[in-house]
Design a protein around this ligand. Structure first.
Ligand SMILES: NC(=O)c1ccc[n+]([C@@H]2O[C@H](COP(=O)([O-])OP(=O)(O)OC[C@H]3O[C@@H](n4cnc5c(N)ncnc54)[C@H](OP(=O)(O)O)[C@@H]3O)[C@@H](O)[C@H]2O)c1
Length: 387
């Protein structure tokens, strides 16, 4: 029996993870859950799964959860997340929080020797070099949940690293692929948040609309698989059936295909190194029409260009990219900045930064805080205001 703790159990990945756990009661046991503030969802999860450990980031919400459930203790804040992620009763930590708060808990979980199933790509964008070095040092397996990386991870099994010539990450193109700039800039919140293929949390859905998500995924893949950025290609694939491909030195290409359902990569990350049966939807090859693969348009999607530039620069440029993007997207979601201004805020924040090539954890945290402050100031500049 594998004992699982889920950081971000109330979110899109978190709730899908709990479904996977519920579908394998003989193999998986939920021993811990953590959320930021949504006490109502945690109440239902505690009722259904009765996990031993529960953590809530916001103290007031932790008190509310205590009132609603009578549960004691409820772990709180950063210390609570760390206690959950390093608890002796936990074998696998699923990291599925939005934002940066799980970075230290992830680092400490690795140091405690926990197996990691990682959805939170932002943490690898911020500190991938450091995280992967720690995972190697502690002999920890870190298995990606992000569908493209889960695809690459599966294709790479049993292939010597020096036999791989290229990684290919696919992306559906989001809601605005092929949409003229005038329509894109006038898009409503509902249009930005309606992804054609995936149901996800709001931050990653906005990143999918700007294509920043693909850029973050290149940086994620660079660290996960230790492959230089120049050998990672992005391909727009509107049907979203092929999630990732690897090209080998002899020109052979291996691909992973499946319906768009995050429960599959989540299950694989939890079952790894085994592969379990599932009742998830199957791909019907005869019902597929043509599959298309197109080059991304860096002119129309400047966030992707910014991300690829930061990926090439590496080091703290990726921390700034991530922090500024997060601040700009939160600003957009809170009506502080129009959708079209997101790349400008990120670009101007990056321009003000003096890069560090191999930042320490403390430097990562300091640069992250700096980039958010700068981006938030830029958001408040009159030119950015929503009219
Ligand atoms: N959704 C997908 O299909 C998908 C695919 C690939 C990768 N990812 C990645 O997975 C991560 C999560 O995405 P999502 O779509 O599941 O986001 P989401 O639906 O917005 O959920 C975020 C989760 O994180 C929790 N959380 C945020 N800050 C926290 C903190 N400080 N302490 C404890 N919990 C905290 C939230 O709690 P509350 O509910 O209480 O706010 C919620 O449970 C992101 O990094 C995303 O890029 C997602």
């Amino acid at each position: 029996m594998k004992r699982v703790a889920v950081l971000g159990s109330t979110g899109s990945i978190g709730t899908s993870t709990l479904e996977v756990i519920a579908s394998h009661p003989d193999k998986l046991q939920l021993v811990g859950v953590a959320a930021r503030s949504r006490a109502d969802i945690l109440v239902r999860q505690l009722d259904q799964f009765r996990p031993k450990l529960v953590a809530m980031w916001e103290e007031e919400k932790a008190r509310e959860l205590q009132r609603l459930t009578g549960r004691r203790p409820i772990l709180v804040g950063m210390e609570g997340l760390i206690q959950l992620a390093t608890h002796p009763d936990v074998d696998i930590v699923v990291v599925a929080t939005s934002g940066r708060d799980a970075l230290i808990p992830l680092v400490q979980a690795i140091q405690a020797g926990k197996q990691i199933a990682l959805a939170s790509k932002e943490l690898l964008v911020m500190a991938g070099e450091l995280i992967m070095r720690l995972a190697r040092e502690h002999g920890v397996s870190l298995v990606p949940i992000d569908s493209e990386h889960a695809a690459l991870f599966q294709c790479l099994q049993g292939i010597p690293k020096d036999r791989v010539s290229r990684l290919v990450i696919t992306g559906s193109g989001g809601p605005f692929w092929g949409v003229p700039p005038s329509q894109r800039h006038a898009a409503t919140r509902a249009q930005v948040l309606s992804h054609p293929k995936w149901q996800m949390g709001p931050k990653i859905t906005v990143d999918s609309a700007t294509l920043m998500n693909k850029g973050l995924e290149v940086i994620e893949a660079r660290w996960l698989f230790d492959v230089p950025v120049e050998r990672i290609q992005i391909v727009i694939h509107p049907e979203a059936v092929v999630h990732g491909l690897i090209e080998l030195v002899d020109g052979s290409v291996l691909a992973q295909m499946s319906p768009c359902d995050m429960r599959l990569p989540i299950q694989y990350a939890l079952s790894f190194p085994e592969r379990w049966e599932s009742r998830l939807p199957r791909l019907s090859l005869t019902q597929l029409s043509a599959l298309h693969f197109l080059a991304p348009d860096l002119e129309q999607f400047p966030c992707l260009r910014l991300a690829l530039d930061a990926a090439a620069a590496a080091g703290s440029a990726c921390v700034v990219l991530n922090g500024a993007n997060d601040a700009a997207v939160q600003g957009y979601l809170q009506d502080e900045v129009p959708f079209a201004e997101i790349p400008r805020v990120i670009a101007e924040t990056l321009e003000q930064h003096t890069p560090i090539l191999h930042p320490t954890l403390d430097e990562v945290l300091a640069v992250d805080a700096w980039s958010r402050t700068v981006a938030e100031t830029l958001l408040r500049k009159p030119s950015c205001h929503v009219v």
